[in-house]
Design a protein around this ligand. Structure first.
Ligand code: NAD
Ligand code: MG
Length: 402
């Protein structure tokens, strides 16, 4: 093969759904890839098992006591792995000189600093952690340009769009003859639910996605359509698109992963099974192609493909995300932070399903739009929005129990 020395990889969020799919692809190409570091938050046992298999140079967990436990678990099977913990360790393994490629697959705002560290070290960055880009879009993309990082989208929609663009990402969509980007949305598990049914949705129902198997937070985001809202913002930054150049269409079968509409009337689509190993393998090997373990699409068994407009009355989160990116500045960060707090409260049984959008809208109304050209401004907007969301939820539940 053309590959002489293996690409060395840091996998941020190794114990998650994307982490697992990434390791599945890497295992199919042992001469092409080597794991440098694996990270996890609290799943120490799961990370220990991965370290036994992959023998990384470094493993990172959240706390000192987790690190101590991991060290003990590794004493026999992976004694050569250095165990570290905390935010600095995450940034270090993302930026380490020995690393070529970083898979950013931590969920939520916790992924921002390590992902930025990888970008600033000029790595090839495979971006699953959309929240990082939503929070910090302008400075994130400036850092990509300034440090010569290679940014490749893992989110299936953005990976699809990337594949439908001519030669990677254009500087200007219109100058490239592109009219718009079309994000497809499955519509989530409650596509057909009435407003009354939505009011009674439980966390267990919300995390059961019809087409994709994913982590809890993104599964709830898919059910509220906030996932598509975050993806709209993500698309604007990744592809230098204005919000009105990004369309959203509901396509419940999740066969078309997204599309690009050209000035001459052509629409290019990327299709495949709803399996994240396809975009992961694409980004790992780009511009080459490798096998991913994903089954072939069988057109004769697929049935019909359907499309409809999203309903922003039952699913206001998509509208809120559009408002946030149109306002710009710190608002996408505020939207994301309020959503993270609201989703956690919903999963804990402290907030109704429709309460998620209410919390986000209330927090946005209380938080001013500030210019987001400094990382410090973004981090403080994130903290303020979280505090604001927490207060709002507490006040609502105090009212309800009166
Ligand atoms: P997940 O919950 O399954 O895994 C999250 C990973 O992040 C775990 O390894 C966890 O240990 C780690 N983590 C969580 N909190 C952390 C913290 N505070 N500090 C450090 N590490 C932490 O999530 P997932 O479904 O794999 O999603 C990961 C990211 O990829 C998300 O941003 C999600 O939006 C995006 N994404 C996922 C899918 C999918 O199919 N799962 C598809 C597209 C995009
Ligand atoms: Mg997606």
């Amino acid at each position: 093969t053309s590959v002489e020395s293996p690409q060395r990889i840091t996998l941020l969020g190794a114990t998650g759904s994307i982490g697992q799919s990434t390791l599945d692809v890497l295992a199919r190409h042992p001469s092409r890839y080597r794991v440098y570091a694996l990270t996890a938050h609290r799943k120490v046992d799961a990370l220990a098992a991965l370290c036994q298999t992959w023998q990384p140079e470094v493993a990172v967990v959240a706390t000192a006591s987790d690190a101590q436990r991991l060290q003990e678990l590794l004493r026999d099977g992976a004694a050569a792995t250095t165990v570290r913990y905390g935010a600095q360790a995450l940034a270090d393994v993302a930026a380490a000189p020995a690393v070529d490629t970083v898979m950013a697959a931590i969920v939520g705002a916790a992924g921002l600093l390590p992902t930025l560290a990888a970008v600033r070290a000029g790595k090839r960055v495979l971006l699953a952690n959309k929240e990082a880009l939503v929070m910090s879009g302008a400075i994130f993309m400036e850092a990509v340009a300034e440090h010569g990082a290679t940014l490749l989208p893992i989110d299936s929609e953005h990976n699809a769009i990337f594949q439908c663009l001519p030669n990677g990402t254009p500087v200007s969509l219109t100058a490239t003859g592109i009219d718009s980007l079309v994000l497809t949305a499955s519509g989530g598990p409650f596509l057909q639910a009435s407003a009354a049914e939505l009011a009674a949705v439980t966390p267990a129902q919300a995390v059961k996605h019809p087409n994709w198997s994913m982590g809890q937070k993104i599964s709830v985001d898919s059910a509220t359509l906030m996932n598509k809202g975050l993806e709209l913002i993500e698309a604007c930054w990744l592809f230098s698109a204005t919000p009105d150049q990004v369309e959203v269409v509901v396509h419940p079968q999740s066969v078309i992963h997204s599309m690009v509409r050209y000035a001459d009337g052509s629409v290019l689509a990327q299709m495949g099974q709803p399996d994240m190993r396809t975009p992961i393998a694409h980004a790992l090997a780009w511009p080459e192609r490798i096998s991913s373990g994903v089954a072939a699409l069988d057109f004769t068994r697929m049935g019909s493909l359907s499309f409809e407009a999203p309903d922003s009355t039952r699913f206001p989160c998509l509208r809120l995300a559009r408002e946030a990116i149109c306002a710009g500045g710190t608002w996408p960060c505020v939207l994301n932070a309020a959503n993270e707090v609201a989703v956690a409260a919903f999963l804990a049984g402290e907030l109704s399903f429709q309460g998620i959008a209410e919390v986000i809208e209330a927090v946005m109304q209380q938080m001013p739009v500030r210019p987001a050209s400094e990382l410090a401004t973004i981090l403080s907007a994130d903290q303020e929005a979280r505090a604001c969301a927490t207060r709002y939820i507490a006040a609502q539940s105090a009212l309800a129990s009166d």
